[in-house]
Design a protein around this ligand. Structure first.
Ligand SMILES: Cc1ncc(C[n+]2csc(CCOP(=O)(O)OP(=O)(O)O)c2C)c(N)n1
Length: 698
């Protein structure tokens, strides 16, 4: 079907009439409505019985829009990102009712996170429901990433995402509509507008009072405003939106008015903010009696048949609840498992003392001129994109002639087309979430560039709350093989917003691997390892090292040389003091060590190379030898990564220390622009030399 025929309303009407009103179809809708409502009632009772659930989110009033949406899709082909009040969608798409009740009771089951997430956070691999988080609206942008994946794979897949009206106040809502329209995505955004976000009415939430009005400015977006308690209206809108998406004609927004018949959650008392009149008027808008009456009026069944179905569906929920309650809770021992998906790089580099698990060592090594770090990164990208058609690159200004503000992605669009190296809007939340959504398909390896680490903050929710924990939250069901490159660091007069060193924040977030190379050869091999890793990897590139020759330029490693994460390098051997560093700190440490050696002190410099995972064993071995430890970083000293190392050294190497641990770090202040001020704030080689001298003499 082409976009032209979609616009032919008469033909559409014919298509819709055929399928929407079949007896089989409407009775399936009825079943989903009943199961969802009876499950709601059962859940309220189970909370009182203290069976494992402490929290209940009633979905009463939202059943019809969810059920009809699910029944408009192809389970297992299409994708679903339902929010917490969309249980009817989950049931309609095919989630087992035993599973849903077991998830509610926090039991150890495969789907819906196995007790890791609160109730109503749906997750099921075979039904293509990626694990949903609790952050309202976060799923919207991720769904756009998955829809982009469908377009790139030329798959006729439709992506459904739902959210409440309150969630449309999040910037992610607008970033989603913008990205979906820019890329003409097969995305259906359903807003279940119950008029409330906990206690806040839509009038305090949405300028102009209507979400649809706000959204109409996005060109290419079909906007449907419907009564989500009316079967005919709802089914027609969904059918049209699905047909539009499936035929390549782009996204739709469906704003469905529904009543919220229960409290926001079991912790909420609506009497505190809703008047009695409103609550009794809302009860009259209950979609289930309305749909039942419609079935009776249209002659699909009589009252006796309806009551029989009600009884049967009620019994199904009672039986499912008994089965769910028999399932075990997850074991305590599993609580901290599955933060990372296991990964062993298959080809490694013998130079670094790692075991070779596949091919011979260094067979592909290219002898010759040393290359600088920025060229090494560019070559790693080209080689990996040639090797794996799933590797795609995107970010701000990365495509076409520009190739990123530092030129790392230059020539990629020319070599691999705009499908594999494309620009994104100037929106970091979009960049991180699109990467997440793209990574769900099991084919793509998204490689995103954040222009400067300093600007990752506007994408931090998607990074810290979403991407990083997907594998853990889904109990190992969904993993995100995403690499995010971020130029970082100071010494270039970049001021407070082009100088930040964010490695400590990133390393603090469970589920992210953090890589910080200090030279071209490591950078190339680590980036290739990152691309092959099934987990999210943050790749920090120091801006001042991109073109640095003296220390950083190295002979280029071959295309099959990988450097496994968690293997520090002893850059300079020594016996008197151990210095731990990464990125720029390594250069400073080596320079200081050279000076100290002329004075008769022997300093061992360890380049950690990856902070997560951390090669603490190498550090420990060195400290046992030298008895003295210093760590250097340019990020502020307070709560910097040096604090973590100092604490671990105190815990695990206390008895081997002959002197207090020292830290050389940036001052606890932003990095200023003026050269003199910048020099005052960031650590200098002289600071290191002084500290090393005093440690050597201690
Ligand atoms: C980003 C974020 N802020 C706050 C919350 C706490 N919270 C949970 S649900 C909710 C209300 C959401 O309202 P709406 O999107 O209209 O959906 P509804 O619950 O009405 O279906 C809030 C504020 C959250 N989960 N996420």
């Amino acid at each position: 079907m082409s976009c032209m025929t979609i616009q032919n309303e008469a033909l559409l009407e014919d298509l819709i009439e055929g399928s929407l009103y079949s007896r089989e179809r409407v009775l399936r809708v009825l079943k989903v409505l009943h199961l969802t409502r009876f499950m709601d009632d059962k859940m309220a009772k189970l909370v009182r019985q203290n069976k494992g659930a402490t929290f209940h989110l009633s979905v009463s009033g939202h059943e019809l829009i969810g059920a009809v949406s699910a029944l408009s899709l192809l389970p297992g082909t299409d994708w679903g990102f339902p929010y917490y009040r969309d249980r009817a969608f989950a049931i309609g798409l095919g989630c087992s009712i035993v599973d849903l009740l077991a998830a509610f009771l926090a039991r150890d089951i495969e789907n819906h996170s196995g007790g890791r997430m609160m109730p109503e956070h749906f997750s099921q691999l075979d039904l293509r429901i990626p694990c949903q988080s609790s952050v309202v609206g976060s799923q919207l942008l991720q769904s756009a990433g998955t829809a982009k994946s469908a377009v790139l794979r030329k798959a006729e897949e439709v992506v459904y995402v739902s959210a409440g009206d309150g969630a449309t106040s999040q910037g992610d809502f607008h970033e989603t509509l913008n990205f979906a329209c820019l890329h003409n995505l097969p995305l259906i955004v359903v807003i279940q507008d119950n008029g409330w976000a906990i206690s806040m009415p839509v009038a305090e939430q949405t300028a102009g009072g209507t979400i649809a009005k706000m959204a109409r400015g996005y060109e290419g977006l079909a906007v449907f405003e419907i009564d989500g308690t009316d079967y005919v209206e709802t089914a027609k809108a969904l059918q049209q939106a699905v047909a539009k998406a499936r035929s390549g004609c782009g996204p739709s927004l469906v704003v469905a008015q529904v009543p919220r018949l229960g409290p926001h959650s079991s912790s909420d008392d609506p009497k505190k903010y809703q008047c009695e009149t409103l609550r009794s008027t809302d009860k009259l808008r209950d979609p289930i009696p309305r749909f039942e009456q419609w079935l009776l009026d249209q002659g699909y069944l009589d009252l006796e048949e309806l009551e029989e179905l009600q009884r049967r569906h009620f019994e199904m929920i009672e039986k499912a609840a008994l089965s769910a309650d028999k399932l075990p809770f997850p074991s305590r021992a599993s609580a901290a498992e599955k933060v990372f998906k296991p990964y062993i790089p298959m080809t490694t580099c013998a130079l670094d003392g790692c075991e070779n698990t596949e091919r011979g060592t260094h067979t592909d090594r290219v002898e010759g001129e040393a290359i600088v770090l920025m060229d090494a990164l560019n070559h790693a990208l080209i080689e990996e994109m040639e090797r794996d058609p799933g590797v795609i690159v995107f970010g701000q200004d990365v495509a076409k002639g520009k190739g990123g503000v530092f030129g790392i992605t230059r020539t990629l669009t020319d070599r691999f087309t705009e499908n594999r190296c494309f620009n994104t809007p100037l929106a970091e939340s979009t960049i991180v979430a699109i990467a997440t959504g793209l990574s769900f398909d099991g084919f793509h390896k998204p490689l995103a560039e954040i222009q400067f680490a300093d600007y990752a903050w506007t994408g931090m929710n998607q990074l810290f709350n979403e991407l990083s924990s997907m594998y853990y939250r889904s109990n190992g069901m969904w993993n995100c093989p995403v690499v995010i490159r971020m130029p970082y660091g100071g010494y270039i007069q970049g001021g407070p917003y082009h100088s930040q060193s964010t490695e400590a924040y990133l390393s603090h977030c469970p589920g992210l691997k953090v890589v910080v190379p200090s030279n071209a050869a490591d950078a190339k091999r680590l980036l290739k390892t990152a691309i092959r890793d099934p987990n999210p990897v943050i790749f920090l590139e120091h801006k001042a090292l991109y073109r640095q020759r003296l220390f950083c330029a190295r002979p280029e490693p071959g295309p099959e040389e990988l450097l496994p994460f968690g293997q520090a390098a002893i850059v300079r051997e020594g016996t008197d003091v151990t210095v731990a560093a990464w990125g720029m700190g390594v250069l400073m440490a080596v320079e200081a060590a050279d000076t100290l050696s002329k004075e008769g002190s022997s300093v061992e410099v360890i380049d950690l190379r990856t902070l997560v995972p951390l090669d603490f064993a190498s550090l420990l071995a060195s400290i046992k030898k030298t008895g003295k430890f210093l760590v250097v970083h340019e990020a502020p000293r307070n709560c910097g990564f040096g604090a973590e190392l100092a604490a671990r050294v105190a815990e695990e190497a206390f008895l081997f220390l002959d002197a207090p641990v020292r830290r050389i770090a940036g001052k606890d202040c932003p990095v200023p622009y003026c050269k003199d001020l910048e020099e005052e704030v960031l650590p200098k080689v002289k600071d290191l030399e002084d500290a090393l001298r005093s440690l050597a003499l201690y």
